[in-house]
Structures are given as C-alpha cells and as structure tokens.
Design a protein around this ligand. Structure first.
Ligand code: SF4
Length: 158
C-alpha cells in the first residue's frame, strides 16, 4: 500500500502479520493472528520498491513488525540502499525492545530504522490532533541518535 499519513512524503507501507498487543480500537485486528495473512517473498517486495521511483520512504506497520524482525530488516535495508528513510510502528516500547526479552533479536531491526513510533494505542491518551500517532503515550523516536546512549531522543519534524 502507498500512503502519505504514516510518515512524511509518499511511503510504501508494509503491513506485517501477527500482533500480541490487542489495543482497544485497533484498526487492523485482522493482522493479530500470526497464522493468517498472505505470504509474500521478500525479493518480490524489494523488486516492487526498487521499481517505484516516486516513493520517499518505507513504513513498517502491522501487526507488529518486531514479530518478524529478520524479514522486516531485510526489506528496510534494501530500501535504505535506495537512499530512502524507514519508519516503524510497534506496540512495544523503546525500553522493552532494548531489553531484548520480549523480542530477543529486536536490535537487528532497530539498526535499520530511522524513526520508531513506539507503544500501544491507549484510548484514554487518544488525540486526533497528533501527527503520525494515535495516542499521547506513543513517541516518535530518532533511532540512530537514541542507540548511541540508549535514551530515547524524540524526533522533531522540520
Ligand atoms: S499494536 Fe497496532 S496492530 Fe497491534 S493491536 Fe495495537 S494498534 Fe493493533
């Protein structure tokens, strides 16, 4: 899917199947079951991305991309080779990903991401005015800067 609301510019949005978070008001509950969805070869996704010249970036969404970190990282790396940026939405927090307990190989995917939108959607924190996120607890984290000392640095647009 191509989108202009899941990060800046025109973006290729890759929805990865499987999500354990069960957020209230989730807009993609059909992505929760890891046994469902459609199998697509990584090489076919990469081919499509490389042939679509007008894209500004890739957004990994779901589901939760951290349930398929190796596959998501392979697509992200191919996209970065084209000089495009990579955003990723996850229901895990930055701190949970760094711990690497719930997601043992989270670092592999984190190292391929420019901006991470972290945390579950929380109905009591919902705000329709927010840019690129649904609830105030979610953060737009500059991953490259944050990996230096492991403290989350908030992305400021512009
Ligand atoms: S993390 Fe995203 S896909 Fe998963 S339940 Fe929450 S809103 Fe839905």
């Amino acid at each position: 899917m191509h989108s202009s609301v899941n990060g800046p510019g025109v973006r290729y949005v890759l929805f990865l199947q499987g999500c354990p978070h069960r957020c209230p008001d989730c807009q993609n509950p059909e992505t929760w079951d890891p046994e469902k969805g459609e199998t697509i070869l990584i090489r076919d996704i990469i081919k499509e991305i490389k042939e679509t010249r007008y894209l500004d970036g890739l957004t990994l969404s779901g589901g939760d991309p951290f349930l398929q970190p190796e596959e998501a990282a392979a697509v992200a790396e191919a996209f970065r080779e084209e000089g495009k940026d990579v955003w990723c939405y996850t229901g895990y927090t930055w701190e949970e990903l760094l711990e690497q307990k719930k997601v043992p190989n989270a670092k592999r995917l984190l190292e391929t991401i420019d901006i991470l939108v972290d945390g579950k959607f929380q109905r009591d924190e919902a705000d329709p005015e927010l840019l690129y996120r649904g609830s105030r607890n979610q953060r737009l984290i500059n991953v490259k800067l944050s990996l230096i000392d492991h403290n989350p640095k908030i992305y400021q647009e512009g």
